[in-house]
Design a protein around this ligand. Structure first.
Ligand code: AMP
Length: 312
């Protein structure tokens, strides 16, 4: 398929993560939503990142992003420590608790979008303070599509700033728990209708190993999670999903309902790679060939061999 590769601007956290998993404990793993989304998208389209790191963040880690073609010129280095997050997973890896979150240099972060990035047609606002997400939108020139993520912390703590952010974005990508919390409605379909009335005309609800649902003007669409025999580390899967999805849309410069449906498969494919390694290690290594093979497997996964009808 012909493509026109528009650049994708990603704003979000860059972190050191401490991960406690049944398979072991891992310290100082490079993470953050922007890292995962950028690595996932970089296979599909040129990516530029805006974020902040401290003076403890080795340049070699930025070099690993640049090795994937990611433009890191928008990553600000500040005096102090890099954002740090500590998570502990349950034995079956399906749930986790945040043991510690240290904002560090992130506490005073005020994103500055470099001039050459202001015309980015596709923008992914990773999970940061909703006022900062709005601040980014004030600095960019009418993108073709703005997607955003958020989390329970902002839903309960910053409802007004969040409401303003929602009014300004096209696509919200959150998980089912967040959708319920945001709407106050237990039923996901009803929750989605409620959230879409608040701004984003398109909503994706991620459901971990149970796939993801898209709600938009064309209806409801579902993509499964890729069934894997071994999940190593779920950290960042949601961000990799969003990066893969936005990377695909930017690659083809298309925001139509069908493009969004195809993009869901790329999101799910990149999410499935992400969980195969500790931290972003698997995402850093995937090739275009591997992505293409997984997309083919996805096609078989949902191919029911013809028309599905029933007449009694
Ligand atoms: P996910 O597993 O997709 O929810 O993303 C995990 C990543 O989010 C980790 O690499 C963390 O560094 C990052 N993260 C955790 N809490 C926050 C937060 N409050 N703000 C920004 N990023 C966070």
């Amino acid at each position: 398929m012909a493509h026109m590769t528009s650049p994708l601007l990603i704003v979000g956290s860059i972190a050191f993560d401490d991960l406690d998993m049944p398979s072991g404990t891992f310290r100082d793993v490079v993470g953050g939503a922007a890292t995962y989304s950028a690595l996932a998208a970089s296979l599909l389209t040129p990516v530029r990142v805006v974020g902040i790191i401290g003076d403890d963040f080795p340049d070699a880690n930025l070099e690993r992003l640049r090795a994937r073609g990611i433009d890191t010129a928008g990553i600000e280095r500040a005096n102090g420590k890099t954002f740090r997050w500590h998570g502990r997973y349950s034995a079956d890896l399906t749930s986790r608790v945040s043991l510690d979150t240290q904002l560090n240099v992130f506490a005073d972060f005020s994103p500055k979008i470099p001039d050459p990035y202001r015309a980015s047609p596709f923008v992914m606002l990773g999970n940061i303070h909703p006022s900062l997400q709005v601040d980014v939108l004030r600095q960019v020139e009418r993108p073709k599509l703005v997607a955003a993520d958020t989390m329970n912390f902002w839903i309960s703590g910053e409802p007004e700033a969040l409401a303003e952010m929602l009014r300004r974005v096209d696509l919200l990508v959150i998980n089912d728990e967040e959708a319920r919390q945001l709407s106050g409605i237990q039923n996901i379909t009803k929750a989605a209708a409620d959230i879409r009335k608040r701004g984003p005309s398109q909503l994706i609800v991620k459901r971990g190993e149970f796939g993801a649902l898209l709600f938009d003007e064309a209806g409801t669409f579902f993509v499964p999670a890729y069934p894997l025999e071994k999940v190593v580390d779920p950290t960042g899967a949601g961000d990799a999903f969003a990066g893969g999805l936005m990377g695909y849309l930017a690659r083809y410069g298309d925001t139509s309902p069908f493009a969004l449906r195809r993009a869901m498969f790329f999101g799910s494919a990149l999410g499935s790679f992400c969980v195969e390694g500790v931290g972003p290690s698997r995402l850093e290594g995937i090739t275009k060939g591997e992505l293409s093979t997984r997309i083919e497997s996805f096609c078989s996964l949902v191919d029911y061999g013809g028309q599905l009808t029933f007449s009694g």
